[in-house]
Design a protein around this ligand. Structure first.
Ligand code: C5P
Length: 309
């Protein structure tokens, strides 16, 4: 029987996202506090003896029809598997099965989570003696969010996303998590298109990022509300006005503060507690795709068996 490994790979929100400047390579230098959330993609890899890499995706509560337009070789999980095959030098291939729960084109890094989950699952099979953190650097070639997600836990992302610094020291326990409501307007947004139209701004690190990090370390949601920031939000609200409507709905529903996640289209509203988040969710217009989730300050992504037949 073929060996398999499964990983629950979390999506994310950006508590802050400062777009500092446009670079010569077309990317933007940014500074972002990335928080994984309790909405997971389940990635199962099964070894193949023929060296091929194949993919099957099923949606659980999310529309995956967008994926039909993307050839498998362009899928981030498939690219991640080829990278792992290359790094490990194995002649094996794998079948990747993904249960998607993170909406597509939502700014919550569902595709990047698939890639990070695939890398972690194949690390367990093909490179069991290698620490996951050693794969963070090569993962950057796949996409800007992948290093942070692969590292795991609350992260400060810098550069184009590839410079990752954990917000908690080794062994340090978070004082608490944040509860939030995510609302997805149902439009898939192209990150590239948003970045092409955004206006970079040299924001003040000490005012935004350092304070936001402090709020995460303290688990202080009221403090976090004062510092949440997204330098892409105005661009997205202009390009996709429906995102603004969901932002307003979260505010009207009683969110402490609300913000676009990444390049959108999802917006999140911060809550005092799980009960408060459920109350906000109940106020959203009928038919809204929404989820109550918590942030995951500590790294939770790990491959689990059965690894052997
Ligand atoms: O790195 P990734 O493939 O996720 O980025 C998608 C697009 O978003 C890039 O092609 C680029 O246009 C834009 N981007 C950027 N600066 C970043 C990250 C992404 O301009 N730091």
């Amino acid at each position: 029987m073929a060996r398999t490994a499964t990983v629950n790979a979390p999506g994310k929100i950006n508590l802050t996202l400062e777009i500092l400047s446009k670079r010569e390579d077309g990317y933007h230098d940014l500074r972002s506090v990335l928080l994984p959330i309790s909405l997971y993609e389940t990635v199962t890899v099964t070894e193949r003896d023929d060296g091929q890499i194949t993919l099957e995706t099923v949606g659980e509560g999310v529309d995956t029809s967008e994926l039909g337009n993307c050839p498998p070789e362009k899928n981030l999980a498939v690219k991640a598997a080829w990278l792992m095959k290359d790094i490990s030098g194995t002649s094996k291939g794998c079948h990747i099965h993904i249960t998607k729960r993170v909406p597509i084109g939502a700014g919550m890094a569902g595709g990047s989570a698939d890639a990070a989950g695939t890398m972690e699952a194949l690390r367990a099979l093909w490179l069991p003696d290698v620490d996951r953190k050693q794969l963070v650097e090569p993962s950057a070639m796949l996409g800007s969010d992948i290093p942070g997600l692969l590292y795991g836990g609350a992260i400060l992302m810098e550069g184009r996303g590839e410079i990752v610094t954990p917000i908690f020291d080794e062994g340090e326990k978070a004082a608490g998590c944040f509860w939030l409501v995510i609302a997805f307007p149902g439009v898939a947004i192209s990150t590239k298109k948003v970045y092409e139209n955004c206006i970079p701004c040299l924001t003040d690190r000490s005012k935004i990022c350092d304070n936001a990090i402090y709020s995460v370390r303290k688990g202080d949601v009221r403090a976090a509300c004062r510092y949440i920031f997204n330098g892409l939000q105005d661009t997205v609200f202009n390009q996709y006005p429906e995102t603004k409507r969901f932002y307003t709905a979260l505010g009207n529903g009683g969110a402490l503060s609300q913000m676009l996640s990444g390049s959108g289209s999802a917006v999140f509203g911060l809550a005092e507690s799980k009960e408060h988040a459920l109350e906000i969710q109940s106020q959203l217009p009928e038919g809204t795709w929404s989820k109550v989730v918590q942030t995951l300050p500590d790294s939770v992504m790990a491959a689990h068996g059965p690894l052997t037949p």
